[in-house]
Design a protein around this ligand. Structure first.
Ligand SMILES: *Cc1c(COP(=O)(O)O)cnc(C)c1O
Length: 339
């Protein structure tokens, strides 16, 4: 019997073809910038997003935290949504790595408007921290996979340029947003000063994130990466999996999003769900009514070999990904109808 693991899109294992690409990788010492596969990945990802340069890192937490450290510093402040991964799920890293303060915005399902951002820019007054950075998340994990369109991003970028603020994107699932909106990654480079892209989420690589920005920004980031302990050596074996993922696993994200949408439709018809955050990509977050607690619901799913994440009291999260087969999907829909 199979296990259907909907806890996160990080749980995927490399496909046989991806493993083949890893075995075949040319490698070198990346601290000397001599790993040809890492160099190729960095250049490829930068070109896709219309950025000058890239930096391969072990995790999305590291790419985000490096970017924040390069853009900010003591006495400064970052503006982000209250649900942002950089604030909620990176261990307080903004404070401990960058000594920066955070202004939290109550956005709509993780998304901030230009007006909300503008309202949080500090006046030039010695009582306040100095606003330096705005950080967006696309898609928004805690927002249930909601996403910013390129027009919304352009409006925020315009404000940031006017106010001389850097704009960072936590693009852990940026390809889910691009596939859902049929938009081109190339335009992102016009609007962001830095972008973190995870290859280990829906794209299915075992390890790796890339930080993108200007040559100068990446030069500074490379130094911070070394200090954070992220200078890897013959990691081209990992970068080969990431290149394979970029070449082969982007378009298929539409399939994950179709499965998530089917789950939403079934959940809305059950007698145990109070509400579902509108499904826009591959994340399904829903609130249970009194029939189940989050724990009793997870136990009920576990009896059918389905794993999911509790997401706060009465809240459950499913994430679809490339290891969810059609058979698993059918099984899940059947179980959801039966609970
Ligand atoms: C997963 C994720 C990250 C990075 O997480 P790592 O596990 O450190 O790679 C960053 N932001 C968001 C929104 C994420 O979902």
């Amino acid at each position: 019997m199979f296990i259907t693991d909907l806890r996160s899109d990080t749980v995927t294992k490399p496909t046989p073809e991806m493993l083949q690409a890893m075995f075949a990788a040319q490698v070198g010492d990346d601290v000397y910038e001599e790993d040809p596969t890492i160099n190729a990945l960095e250049a490829k990802a930068a070109a896709m997003f219309g950025m000058e340069a890239g930096l391969f890192c072990p995790s999305g937490t590291m790419t985000n935290q490096i970017a924040i450290k390069v853009h900010t510093g003591p006495l400064t402040e970052v503006i982000c949504d209250v649900t942002a991964h950089i604030y909620q799920y990176e261990g307080g890293g903004i404070a401990s790595n960058s000594y920066a303060s955070v202004a939290l915005v109550n956005g709509l399902r993780g998304k901030m408007t230009p007006e909300q951002i503008e309202g949080n820019i500090r006046p030039d007054n010695l009582h306040h921290p100095i606003t330096k950075l705005v950080a967006l998340e696309n898609t928004c994990n805690k927002g249930g996979g909601s996403y910013y369109t390129i027009d919304e991003i352009a409006a925020i970028s315009k404000l940031c340029k006017r106010e001389n603020l850097a704009l960072h994107l936590d693009g852990a699932r940026v390809f889910n947003a691009l596939v859902a909106s049929s938009e081109d990654a190339k335009n992102y480079g016009l609007y962001f000063d830095s972008i973190s892209v995870c290859l280990s989420k829906g794209l299915g690589a075992p390890v790796g994130s890339v930080l993108l920005g200007s040559k100068d920004f990446i030069k500074k980031s490379r130094r911070v990466r070394k200090v954070f302990g992220g200078g890897m050596r013959q990691a081209g074996y990992l970068a080969a999996a990431c290149i394979y993922a970029l070449d082969n696993h982007i378009d298929r994200l539409a399939e994950d999003q179709r499965k998530a949408k089917q789950m939403e439709e079934v959940l809305l018809q059950t007698d145990y769900v109070e509400s579902v955050l509108p499904v826009e990509t591959n994340i399904v977050i829903f609130k249970l009514n009194s029939k189940y607690t989050d724990n009793s619901f997870l136990e009920a799913l576990a009896k059918h070999n389905i794993r999911a994440s509790g997401f706060g009291p009465g809240m459950i999260r499913f994430v679809t990904h490339l290891d969810i087969t059609d058979e698993m999907q059918e099984h899940t829909l059947k179980v959801l109808k039966s609970l």
